[in-house]
Design a protein around this ligand. Structure first.
Ligand code: HIF
Length: 364
């Protein structure tokens, strides 16, 4: 299955672009200081409406996301539509239709949609139960402006095309469904997805700092992912998603793709980690690694931790050798990720979402 899909999705536009301008050393700090206007030490619970309202208003001067004007408005709050009310396969197909665009990046919005689904979900905190994919709180300025979320407006804006066609779907269901669609259509495994996420309000935004920093090591990665309830094996399995997409100097400050075919989902990320020689890149940007052989690929410090940390390395070895094992473990871990924070009672049964290539061709 994997091979056929990989063939189908390996578009000809995969040539890795030459590195754009070097990052200014201040690029990442600029994001970080913007984000420092976001609430600190807030539990993300529901009693901070005023605080968030003020912060939301304070952010007005600094480039706003679409909905902030109405951020405390209950029109932003929405219950999920059941699979009886919305044909989620149709929504899936509409997302598949808007994945490719030769003018955008490597020719596909797929990677940035996967990143949106993950950042919408990866704010989950298992101790307090807040954060996670329920709520789609990245619609609001405090969370949209978190440094880690820079660039995700490309994904959110692209999905407006689909939201207009299917206004009944909640943003939180749409964003996670888009991540599933992107992975499946780029040649990845099937991923179990349930509908039922509700859209929340600005009061449900999580504090900044819940998502990982790429310039840190294994301890940091564990701290962030253990907080969500993942173990070492799941962390490594998830990390294979860095086969997709690239870093952008104007978003994270880092630069370049992890592999040569960044719109094809495969175990290539693990194989390159092991097979290439990696060295620190000498440049003005934040610390990152480059492959010695042609210097066109990159790894973050957090990626390198999967090689250097013993607890992680055993799984990196396994997934580099065995793509089926990777696909199967990734599918489970990603499905877990995109349901974090959603009360089980809210969720539907798994919704079957077929890849386009597995759907019966429309009869003539
Ligand atoms: Fe990423 N990730 N991620 N990531 N990520 C970036 C881009 C993507 C981390 C940092 C970055 C995961 C974990 C981590 C994707 C998917 C996932 C970028 C570049 C950075 C810096 C952003 C930019 O400049 O545009 C860190 C530190 C992580 C913890 C280890 C997940 C496992 C791999 C959870 C995951 O699924 C995807 C896809 C992209 C590419 C986005 C694009 O626009 O091309």
């Amino acid at each position: 299955m994997a091979f056929a899909s990989v063939l189908r999705t390996a578009t000809p536009r995969l040539a890795v672009r030459a590195a754009p301008q070097l990052a200014r050393a201040s690029a990442r700090r600029a994001f970080a200081s913007e984000a420092s206007s976001a609430p600190k030490g807030n539990s993300g619970g529901s009693n901070n409406g005023l605080l968030f309202g003020l912060l939301g208003a304070g952010a007005l001067g600094g480039g706003l996301y679409l909905y902030t004007r109405d951020s405390s408005d209950n029109r932003n709050v929405k219950d999920a539509a059941s699979p009886q009310q919305v044909d989620y396969q149709k929504v899936y197909n509409a997302i598949a239709d808007i994945l490719e665009d030769e003018k955008y990046d490597d020719g596909s919005y797929g990677p940035v949609l996967v990143r949106l689904a993950w950042h919408a979900s990866g704010t989950y905190d298992k101790e307090t139960g807040n954060g996670g994919s329920n709520g789609a709180t990245m619609r609001f300025a405090p969370e949209a402006n978190h440094g880690a979320n820079a660039g995700l407006e490309h994904a959110r804006n692209r999905l407006e095309i689909v939201k207009k066609k299917f206004p009944e779907i909640t943003y939180s269901d749409l964003w996670t469904l888009a991540g599933v669609c992107a992975i499946q259509e780029m040649g990845g495994p099937y991923i179990t997805w349930r509908a039922g996420r509700k859209d929340g309000n600005v009061e449900n935004c999580t504090p900044d700092g819940r998502l990982p920093d790429g310039d840190k090591g294994a301890d940091h990665v564990r701290k962030i992912f253990y907080r969500m309830g993942f173990n070492d094996q799941e962390i490594v399995a998830l990390s294979g998603a860095h086969a997709l997409g690239r870093c952008h100097v104007d978003r994270s400050g880092f630069d370049g793709p992890w592999q040569y075919a960044p719109t094809t989902f495969s175990n290539e990320y693990f194989r390159l980690l092991e097979d290439e020689k990696w060295q620190e890149r000498k440049w003005k940007g934040p610390p990152q690694f480059e492959n010695k052989s042609d210097k066109s690929l990159m790894m973050l410090r957090t990626d390198m931790a999967l090689m250097t940390d013993k607890g992680f390395r055993q799984y990196t070895d396994k997934y580099a050798k065995d793509e089926n094992a990777f696909f199967s473990d990734f599918s489970k871990a990603f499905s877990k990720l995109i349901h974090l924070g959603v009360p089980t009672a809210q969720l539907s049964e798994p919704v079957p979402l077929k890849k386009i290539e597995d759907q019966a061709p429309a009869s003539a």
